[in-house]
Design a protein around this ligand. Structure first.
Ligand code: GDD
Length: 339
């Protein structure tokens, strides 16, 4: 039997890199979309997929460029497409809401339109988010919870979700959305709060920094491990029926608790090092999120494997190794062979 073929937009990101590894391990032929500049100059952008570069096929292009999607889909036939490419930093979406809307909404629409035109049988996964729930109407949040997004990012993802639903209903395409709650790892970008904290813990413990400045310490998030969550993406897309699922741990902690645990991992008291500055607060905050993934558990057999302490230990240890230079690693937490 020939290998199943998957195409990942956003393959160079945290989730894209874990997903590519997961699909390769399952015997898939994996393709990814990357900006042309990344293929030409081997930018840091590719850091997370360096270990698997020889095993994946990269196609230059972007979801903003419809012609590039048409070109890839004319060249290659896929069984599954995972659409992860997006401007995913909520704070940035307040600074440049137009760019976020353009990449996230138009990008999704371009992809769906191209798939419909050239490969309507191909299954499409969309990276939905708990930010769609925003100002929550109930806790925990589940598939039936109403949306009330609180940022241009959240709004763009609700629009993407609705585009997916519309292509499913209007054209009978297999379009499924994973509504993923926060998921982290040593590969997390440094602008997100968890990695900002674990980087700072490592630097402070190594004497390279003396404080960590954050925004709202009382925000609560349901944090899981990205490696677990990409498994859910695959289960969602290979399920018998196109359906949307919440993916979460079901446990919520505050940013303050995350700080406490991360500093405690190296024997430090966070209260001595963390201070706040309003410049890191958001014009409208999502105060608290906690997901109910029981549908994913009962229908897909998926459940989160990594608890917060284990996740934090892995992230802090990876950042300690980076600071000490013992990982021979990159900023994206991928260990490289020391030369
Ligand atoms: N980034 C950041 N930096 N966040 C801070 C800071 C800070 O200095 N201080 C406090 N926070 C708070 C934010 O206000 C937010 O409430 C929380 O920490 C988490 O922020 P992020 O790590 O930036 O993630 P997010 O929850 O806004 O969004 C992430 O998760 C979503 C899933 O729910 C992103 O990965 C989104 O793309 C994803 O959809």
């Amino acid at each position: 039997m020939s290998k199943r073929r998957a195409f990942i937009t956003g393959i160079t990101g945290q989730d894209g890199s874990y997903l590519a590894e997961h699909l390769l391990a399952l015997g898939y032929e994996v393709h990814g979309l990357v900006r042309r500049v990344a293929t030409q100059y081997r930018e840091p952008r590719l850091d997370r997929i360096v270990p698997i570069l020889a095993r994946v096929t990269l196609h230059p292009g972007s979801v903003e460029n419809y012609a590039s999607l048409i070109r890839v889909l004319s060249l290659e036939k896929f069984d599954e497409i995972y659409h992860l490419a997006a401007q995913s930093f909520v704070a940035e979406s307040f600074d440049d809401g137009f760019a976020t809307m353009s990449v996230n909404v138009m990008g999704t629409h371009h992809l769906l339109a191209a798939v419909r035109q050239l490969q309507p049988q191909c299954r499409v996964y969309f990276a939905g988010t708990s930010e769609m729930f925003g100002k929550v109407s109930e806790a925990p949040q589940r598939e039936t919870t109403s949306f009330h997004p609180r940022s241009p990012y959240g709004i763009s993802k609700v629009a993407g979700f609705e585009l997916m639903r519309n292509y499913r209903e209007a054209y009978g395409m297999f379009c499924a959305t994973g509504i993923l709650f926060n998921h982290e790892s040593p590969r997390r970008g440094e602008e997100f709060v968890t990695r900002k904290i674990t980087r700072a813990v490592a630097k402070i413990s190594g004497g390279e920094a003396s404080e960590l400045v954050l925004g709202n310490l009382d925000a609560k998030r349901d944090w899981g491990h990205a490696r677990d969550y990409v498994e859910a993406m695959h289960l969602i897309l290979t399920h018998t029926e196109a359906k949307d699922f919440v993916v979460a741990t079901g446990v919520s902690h505050s940013v303050r608790q995350f700080c406490e645990l991360a500093f405690a991992h190296v024997g430090l008291d966070y209260r001595k090092f963390v201070r706040t500055d309003a410049k890191f607060e958001r014009p409208s905050e999502v105060a608290t999120l906690v997901g109910d993934a029981s549908l994913a558990r009962t229908v897909l057999g998926w459940q989160a494997k990594t608890d917060l302490r284990t996740l934090i230990a892995e992230m802090v240890d990876a950042d300690l190794a980076l600071v000490r230079g013992t990982a021979g690693g990159t900023a994206n937490g991928i260990p490289q062979k020391a030369s």
